[in-house]
Design a protein. Structure first.
Length: 141
């Protein structure tokens, strides 16, 4: 299954690289390819022990974080969700099993809890204009 993932990753990277030309091509091949973020990093074939993934964030833990930290964590989780959904869709198209399907609900649950914690903060805000602005920002997530 990992071979299929590697094959499609190489195919997509090759397509992305072939679209570029000249000096821009040289800059892109040495720089980080943004498509890499939609795929999980390769695991070595000789690693036999299963990979254990973490749990979802708890609301109690998120309440201790600052607004900026929650914002950063939101985008990390969003990238993880996009990567997992891309991998799931690619494997589904090849009639292959998606490994560790429990990861996606953990990410979704964490994102939902971040929104909940931010909404709690917006409700507690004494300034009604700032509270309304915070709620608009939360709803845009």
């Amino acid at each position: 299954m990992m071979m299929v993932v590697r094959y499609f990753r190489r195919t997509l990277f090759a397509a992305a690289k072939s679209e570029s030309s000249g000096a821009a091509s040289m800059a892109r091949t040495t720089a980080h390819n943004p498509l890499e973020e939609f795929f999980e990093a390769d695991r070595k074939a000789d690693e036999e022990k299963p990979v254990v993934y973490g749990r979802s964030w708890k609301a109690q833990e998120l309440r201790l974080k600052s607004w900026d930290d929650l914002n950063k964590l939101w985008f990390v989780l969003l990238k993880e969700k996009n990567m997992l959904m891309t991998q799931r869709q690619m494997l589904h198209a090849q009639n292959l099993r998606f490994p560790n399907p429990e990861r996606l609900p953990k990410v979704r649950k964490s994102m939902c809890r971040i929104k909940h914690v931010l909404t709690e903060r917006a409700i507690e805000e004494p300034d009604s204009r700032r509270s309304a602005e915070m709620k608009r920002m939360i709803n845009a997530l």
